[in-house]
Write a protein that binds this ligand. Sequence first.
Ligand code: ADP
Ligand code: MG
Ligand code: MG
Length: 209
Amino acid sequence: MSLTPAHLPKLFDAVAAAINENAAAVTELDQAIGDGDHVFNLQRGIEALQSHATEIAGLDWTAAWQKIGMTVMAAIGGASGSLYATLFISLHKNTKDKPVDPKTFAEALHLAVEAVKQRGKADVGEKTMLDVWVPVAAALKQDVEEGKNLHEILDHVHAVAEAGVEATRDMVATKGRASFLGERSKGHIDAGAKTAQLMIAAIANHIKT
Ligand code: ADP
Ligand code: MG
Ligand code: MG
C-alpha cells in the first residue's frame, strides 16, 4: 500500500486513541519524575491536528509535515511541543523536492531526529523521548536500505521502540525536569519515551491493518 496524507486523519485518530487509553498510566509516570502535564500537552497537540485534519489530508507530504509542525508548535506548550515541532519541520525540509518513497522518508526521519537532538541539546542515554526516536529512526533507515518488507520493518520498529522505553527505566535523567531529581529519577520510565512508543506502535498497527 502506498501511504498518502489522505491517511493522516485516521492516523491522528489512532494516535489520539493510544494516548487517551494510556493517559492515566503515563501521567502517573510523569508525576513521579516530571511535572505531570506531558499527556495534557500531547493531547492538545493531537486535538489541534484532528481539527486541521481535512486540510492536512489535502496536502502533499512535504507540505503536510510543515503544517503538522506549525500546528504542533502553536498548540503544545512545554519541552515536547518545541521538540515535536522541530521533528516535523525537519521532516518537511528533508522531504522537500525529493521523491516520495520509503528511502527518502527513512533518511528524513533520521535527520529530523538529529535536529531534535540539537534542539534539546540531548542524546540517547539521557532518559528522554530520544531513547525511543533515535533507535527507531536508525532501525527504519537500516531496514529500508536492506530492502526488508513493510511488515518486517513495522514489527522491528515496534520492538525497538519498546526496548527504548524500557531502557529509560534505569537511566539517570540529565535533561528536562526529571534531571532535577538526579539519581532519584532512576527506577521510573520516562513519560516522553513512553508516549513516543505508544504513538509509533499506533501508527505501525494502523499501517498494518
Ligand atoms: P515539560 O517538561 O516542559 O513539562 P512535557 O512534559 O510535555 O514538557 O515533556 C516532557 C518530556 O520531554 C520528557 O519526558 C522527555 O521525554 C522529553 N524531553 C525533555 N527535555 C528533553 C530534551 N532536552 N531532549 C529530548 N527530550 C526531552
Ligand atoms: Mg511536563
Ligand atoms: Mg510543563
